[in-house]
Design a protein around this ligand. Structure first.
Ligand SMILES: [Zn+2]
Length: 238
């Protein structure tokens, strides 16, 4: 439940703005997106450092994407950017064995950003492609850092490992099409460790929620309330 303010433009009462305290429905939370979201939605926009794009509106995460590691020359300004007070998470960061710089270089840049996240007490949004063991091992070196594995498509064994380490999984379109991921999510992901996302898809977050509700067998309103509560726990310390 949250409160918001709105102005009645059609009012004939001396043009005075009216403050309506509206009890709104629980918002949808889109934990990882490359686009701004619509009203009634909390969208954590992912800002790729070094992209030169304008800083997105809050709330947003920022980090050096593993795909951009090859192009990174002077990383100091990018690491400096991560000191901004309005960043709510560091990411997406991680390792990708199919794209980006060689894995040693990726590991170094990933570790440097994990260190910043640990120092600032921020969660991280993880991009992980064919490097689960290495990502999990690096995260173990920063035990205070909570991670959200975005676009998650792991096995039951991998999922058990990351849940036991205190991390979260975020499911998007691809995850929800994977029978293996659905099985793992249903078997071992407690609802309080779950997020949903659009990533770079044009599909509306509402539709992702519908699919997740159906596939995971969680009633739609309960799913919405749970994920909003997870957001408050991870980002607002509630
Ligand atoms: Zn992404």
């Amino acid at each position: 439940m949250f409160l918001f303010e709105c102005k009645d433009r059609n009012s004939d009462l001396d043009y005075k703005p009216f403050i309506y305290l509206c009890i709104a429905m629980t918002p949808y939370v889109n934990i990882h997106s490359h686009r701004e979201g619509g009203p009634g939605t909390i969208t954590v926009v992912s800002y790729r450092l070094g992209s030169g794009a304008p800083t997105p509106p809050a709330p947003f995460s920022a980090g050096i994407h593993p795909w951009d590691t090859a192009a990174a020359i002077d990383l100091c300004p990018e690491y400096d950017y991560l000191k901004r007070a309005d960043i709510i998470a560091v990411g997406e960061i991680g390792l990708d064995r199919l794209k980006g710089a060689d894995i040693d270089c990726q590991r170094e840049i990933f570790a440097a950003q994990l260190e910043i996240a640990a120092r600032r007490g921020l969660p991280v949004i993880i991009h992980c492609v064919r490097a689960f063991g290495e990502v999990a091992a690096l995260l173990k070196q920063f035990p205070s850092v909570r991670a959200v594995f975005h676009g998650y498509t792991g096995s039951v064994e991998q999922t058990v490992q990351l849940i036991l380490s205190g991390h979260y999984v975020s499911l998007g379109e691809v995850s929800l099409r994977s029978a293996k991921t659905i099985r793992a999510a249903k078997a071992v992901v407690p609802p309080e460790r779950l997020f949903l996302e659009t990533d770079d898809s044009l599909t509306a977050i509402e539709k992702i929620y519908d699919t997740a509700s159906r596939e995971l067998g969680i009633p739609p309103e309960r799913l919405k309330e749970q994920i909003y509560s997870n957001y408050q726990t991870l980002f607002e310390g509630k």
